[in-house]
Design a protein around this ligand. Structure first.
Ligand code: ADP
Ligand code: DP6
Length: 400
């Protein structure tokens, strides 16, 4: 019954949030960036994609992807590029060893679940494409390492290449036209600096206005600030950031993180027509972070924003009360504080009074505009799992 055999493999993969932003493509076909970038991989206990890849001669349909119960279109060039490259690696394996089952041409059935909102500026595409590539590589028993796989995931979504690794991850832009030297690498594992925490203020869980793909192409075409960012500012900051991570120097890490987020959003404003990802609530989060740092007399909190209004605030565990605790004192009624770490948070009320006095308008805006919070921290890369979302008959597993 070899014909009806169902081949299966599963993985989970993390979200990553950049501290040096990728913004701009030098080649849209291979999805090659105009500048290098660097991110922190976030813990999968809080945010993760779970993907099962399977293939079988018994599958009646062509390649398919079910995401959170909804059929997705897999005919797009990006998904097709990932399928094509992974199939070609499997084909090589089959050609080199006749005992390896010939499965590279069988229809693929993929089932995936994100445990957080999709397309809401929470980097679902990064976790999603990293999981897709890792799951199919597991299915095909490929020997390629995460760096090799990052070159493939990059073609699904640029930021996805960084989600193949845990900890602190760089993506070197590379110089080659074919993208062979544009891949992700680990700057340091999560265990090197495990105290890094992230508080996410979910400002809008709605779909975003201008997609990253469209936005960055318009920026490259029209912004006069952009060339200096790509050619001078980012190369310098990549070095500063790698050093800050190696030396666990939060003040530099935080300052460069905030400055790079500001620089990226400045090029968005300098795009024609302008792109606004930040809103009043985002700016309120910036104001509160500034007040926290002013009260501490040094940088203990750092904000960063992707292509949307949600704030990600990095801080160290030792400052949990001063940073997350203070936000909890301001917006403790929101969903998300209920996790174990959040329950223990108890802001120093004198510190809160002082920040609230200085940033009263900002605190009021946060109360109005934040829908929920997510407390998380630095975490590991993709993890293989035997928990499959497709059963032995090749059907999606029904949720209880
Ligand atoms: P986000 O801000 O969440 O990254 P994008 O609009 O950039 O939003 O990306 C969302 C797209 O990423 C989805 O429409 C889908 O194509 C892809 N995606 C998200 N999650 C997954 C997943 N688990 N598996 C495959 N693709 C995914
Ligand atoms: C602002 O990786 O979503 O989050 O390659 O077109 O899919 P595509 O873009 P995407 O862009 C991410 C942009 C960013 C910054 C970052 O993650 O580095």
């Amino acid at each position: 019954m070899a014909d009806s055999q169902i081949y299966l493999a599963s993985t989970t993969a993390p979200v990553n949030i950049a501290v040096i932003k990728y913004w701009g493509k030098r080649d849209p076909k291979f999805n090659l960036p105009t500048n290098s970038s660097l991110s922190v991989t976030l813990a999968q206990s809080d945010l993760r994609t779970h993907t099962t890849a399977s293939c079988s001669a018994s599958y009646k349909t062509s390649d398919s992807l079910l995401l959170n119960g909804q059929d997705q279109d897999v005919s797009g060039a990006r998904t097709q590029a990932c399928f094509r490259e992974l199939r070609s690696l499997r084909q090589k394996l089959e050609d080199s060893d006749s005992s390896v089952p010939k499965i590279s041409t069988l229809p693929l059935k993929i089932v995936s679940e994100n445990n957080f909102p999709t397309a809401a500026g929470l980097a679902s595409s990064a976790a999603g494409f990293a999981a897709l590539v890792r799951a199919i590589a597991n299915l095909y028993e490929l020997k390629e390492d995460p760096t090799d796989l990052s070159r493939i995931a990059r073609q699904g979504s640029g930021s996805a290449c960084r989600s193949l690794f845990g900890g602190y991850v760089g993506w070197q832009k590379g110089e080659q036209q074919d993208g062979s030297d544009s891949f992700a690498y680990q700057v340091a594992p999560a265990s090197h600096w495990p105290q890094m925490r992230a508080l996410i203020l979910v400002v809008s869980a709605a779909k975003k206005g201008v997609s990253s793909t469209t936005g960055m192409q318009t920026t490259v075409a029209t912004s006069s600030l952009f060339p200096s960012r790509a050619n001078e500012t980012v190369p310098r900051r990549m070095k500063e950031m790698e050093k800050a991570v190696q030396e666990k120097d939060f003040e530099t890490f935080g300052k460069v993180t905030m400055m790079d987020s500001n620089s990226f959003h400045a090029t968005c404003l300098d795009t024609y027509p302008p792109i606004f990802y930040l809103n009043d609530v985002s700016r309120a989060a910036i104001k509160v972070v500034e007040s926290i740092n002013a009260a501490a007399g040094k940088i203990i909190a750092a904000y960063t924003f992707d292509a949307g209004p949600n704030a990600v605030i990095y801080y160290l565990e030792e400052n949990e009360k001063e940073v997350a605790g203070l936000f909890k004192a301001a917006i403790g009624e929101k969903d998300g504080w209920g996790v174990e770490r959040g329950q223990k948070l108890d802001a120093n009320s004198a510190a809160y009074e002082s920040v609230a006095k200085e940033a009263q308008v900002a605190v009021d805006l946060l109360k109005e505009g934040v829908s929920r919070v997510i407390l998380t921290g630095v975490g590991e890369g993709p993890i293989k799992t035997e928990e499959h979302l497709i059963d032995a008959k090749g059907e999606p597993v029904k949720k209880a």
